[in-house]
Design a binder for this molecule. Structure first.
Ligand code: PRP
Ligand code: MG
Length: 212
């Protein structure tokens, strides 16, 4: 039997909640600590455990049919990929932050400043709408350290509890977007797998209703 292929985050904040929602949908899969691929025992579904940032490209190429992913990642790297369900977990913001000690007036303050970020497209678009031009330094993790080591004047990253900003003596000054986990679909999904997707969506909708 044909299986639908779903990508979920290999490790990190979305991993556990993504597996949990599948479980609540009655789809059991092993967690992917040691393997990159797992099959469900009771639903025609294969799980691929992938790096967040790689998931949009896998969807685009049709290597996976669907994915549970942070909307923020799609906004950054997968504007062309459709979202079919909002999942209500992994809520966060993507924000600009500066050192606590620096006075802030408006977004114009970012003019000509160096911003460290893993979200260059998101920042660039945001600043463009405000008529601000900044210098971006792309880093893949631990972005909040950049101002402390003199690499940047500001950062743009995910803010969830705010504790990473706090620990690094930074303050949030602009919220560029809010995000949550979503179910995204490959433009190349086959009609057969679309039927499986509809079954999963139906179950997800019931789970989300019950969670309210
Ligand atoms: C993420 C993100 C922020 C932090 C936000 O980093 O990049 O740094 O979480 O969460 P908070 O507001 O609750 O502190 P993560 O710990 O996943 O590591 P990474 O940046 O090295 O990928
Ligand atoms: Mg971080």
């Amino acid at each position: 039997m044909k299986k639908i292929r779903i990508a979920i985050q290999k490790s990190g904040r979305l991993n556990e909640d993504s597996l949990q929602i599948l479980k609540d949908c009655g789809i059991s899969v092993d967690n992917g600590k040691d393997q990159l691929k797992a099959s469900s025992r009771n639903f025609p579904l294969e799980v691929f455990y992938l790096r967040n940032g790689d998931i949009p490209q896998y969807l685009r190429d049709g290597v996976v049919d669907i994915a549970i992913i942070g909307e923020n990642v799609l906004i950054e790297k997968g504007n062309d990929i459709s979202i079919v369900e909002r999942l209500g977990f992994s809520k966060c913001k993507v924000s600009l932050a500066i050192p606590k000690s620096v006075k802030y007036k408006s977004v114009q303050d970012f003019q000509g400043k160096r911003i460290a970020t893993s979200y260059p497209n998101t920042v660039e678009k945001y600043l463009e709408t405000k008529g601000v031009k900044a210098e971006l330094h792309i880093i893949n993790g631990s972005v909040e350290i950049a101002p402390n080591i003199g690499l940047a004047d500001a950062i743009c990253d995910i803010v969830s509890s705010g504790s990473t900003l706090f620990k690094n003596n930074l303050k949030e000054v602009e919220v560029m977007l809010t995000s949550e986990a979503v179910l995204a679909v490959s433009p190349k999904i086959t009609p057969e797998n679309k039927d499986l997707l509809e079954k999963i969506r139906f179950r997800i909708q019931s789970v989300l209703l019950a969670r309210q």
